[in-house]
Ligand binder design. Structure first.
Ligand SMILES: Cc1cc2nc3c(=O)[nH]c(=O)nc-3n(C[C@H](O)[C@H](O)[C@H](O)COP(=O)(O)OP(=O)(O)OC[C@H]3O[C@@H](n4cnc5c(N)ncnc54)[C@H](O)[C@@H]3O)c2cc1C
Length: 252
């Protein structure tokens, strides 16, 4: 028999506070449609979160020692990603699907072209995506969209792609999206995660939730693993589950 669907998705709800008492999350406060409200966490409820880890430490307020919140701020470092999309007249610019560009003189570090993945994604010409990383040592996010596009075009020319006609350009900015693993971060991260795992009815998982440099398939694997553990597991098995999901290869 087909199982019944349960549950409800609350979209556009911003979590503003996680209230804990006696080692359990008791309330999830949120803001939606301009008003504040809260969800009472019942004794049999479990809170699994993919909220960004640094945010979680702040949402928990006094429940965590100040030093831990401060060290989370230090080790959970994230670079901004700036995506420059160039619409060119040619039906294809690159021979490859994507190209990594380890040349510091070129502003982007990766190129990809949508038609390589699905030619039907674009009706006329081709769209080339130039990915630009921005962080404290290379603060490119402060540049205007026009400056970023001009530098991306220069980068393409430097690579030998000079014979193309630009039809349009667009920039999408993804602040704090790429993890930066600083030397020694593992010890502090583990302490932070272990402290959060002390909450009886709360787990912080996923790319942002555990500062884990993963892809979508890994995120799904973690989700399935969490569900299986919640149904069958005990706290010792949870440590094994953390260990199992800590070492996915970084693909890009
Ligand atoms: C730029 C970029 C490119 C990527 N490219 C690929 C790729 O090509 N292939 C691949 O496999 N993976 C890719 N990934 C990785 C993939 O996106 C992630 O692994 C996956 O989305 C992780 O899922 P998650 O649920 O752990 O975290 P997320 O999807 O990041 O979920 C965290 C959620 O928390 C929400 N949130 C934040 N603050 C609040 C708040 N206060 N209240 C409520 N919600 C909040 C965010 O809106 C977000 O939806 C990419 C990631 C990035 C950043």
């Amino acid at each position: 028999m087909k199982s019944q669907r349960h549950g409800k998705y609350l979209l556009q709800h911003k979590v503003t506070q996680l209230v804990s008492r006696k080692g359990r999350i008791q309330e999830v406060h949120y803001q939606a449609n301009g008003t504040y409200s809260k969800i009472e966490v019942k004794p049999n409820d479990y809170v699994v979160s993919t909220l960004p880890l640094r945010l979680t430490t702040k949402l928990l307020g006094d429940a965590l020692p100040n030093e831990l919140i401060e060290s989370a701020d230090e080790i959970v470092a994230l670079n901004d990603l700036l995506l420059v999309f160039l619409h060119v007249e040619q039906s294809s610019l690159l021979d490859e699907s994507w190209v990594f560009v380890p040349d510091p003189k070129i502003i982007f570090h990766r190129l990809s072209e949508q038609e390589s993945f699905d030619p039907e994604m674009i009706k006329k010409g081709s769209i080339v995506c130039c990915e630009i990383m921005s962080g404290p040592s290379r603060p490119l996010a402060e540049k205007t969209d026009e400056e970023l596009c001009a530098s991306a075009v220069k980068g393409l020319e430097r690579m030998g792609y000079s014979d193309f006609k630009l039809l349009d350009q667009h920039v999408i900015r993804l602040p704090k999206s790429y993890p930066v693993f600083r030397i020694g971060f593992e010890v502090v991260l583990e302490e932070l995660i272990q402290t959060l795992d002390q909450f009886e009815n709360f787990r912080s998982i996923g790319r942002q939730g555990a500062f884990n440099y993963i892809g979508t398939l890994d995120a799904m694997d973690i989700g399935y693993g969490f569900s299986a553990w919640l149904i069958n597991g005990d706290s010792q098995q949870w440590q094994k589950e953390r260990e199992r999901t800590n070492h996915y290869p970084v693909l890009d």
